[in-house]
Design a protein. Structure first.
Length: 126
């Protein structure tokens, strides 16, 4: 699923990007900028992560997820990254992503969360 054809970012890609660079729920991975995050997203790591969540195999999937990202950052075997990110690979967290933070992005709390239903009519006020 693409969010915007000009951006060409899948739902999984957007999820990974927010986890790496930071967003509403945390500050991201220290030292990971937009270019590294976009490169890792293009490698398919975000879609893999979302697939693991949707298929309820997250625990097994996460056992080597950080290692695979570190390997990509260090070696760029697919040639998708613009450069190798050896410094980021050295400091990349062992437990990525934090499952609590991942859960916040997957099932965010909204003003509708308490009622579990969308309002009948939406009105935007300025």
């Amino acid at each position: 699923m693409e969010l915007n054809s000009s951006i060409n970012l899948s739902r999984g890609g957007l999820l990974l990007y927010a986890l790496l660079v930071g967003g509403d729920y945390h500050t991201g991975v220290a030292g990971c900028g937009q270019k590294a995050a976009t490169g890792l997203e293009r490698c398919g790591f975000g879609d893999e992560l979302l697939n693991a969540v949707e298929n309820q195999i997250l625990h097994t999937f996460l056992s080597d997820f950080s290692d695979r990202i570190r390997f990509e950052l260090r070696n760029n075997p697919r040639g998708i990254l613009k450069t190798k990110y050896t410094s980021l690979a050295r400091t990349f967290p062992d437990c990525f992503p934090e499952q609590y933070i991942l859960g916040l992005y997957i099932t965010p709390t909204t003003s509708w969360s308490d009622r579990h239903t969308k309002p009948q009519h939406l009105e935007w006020t300025y």
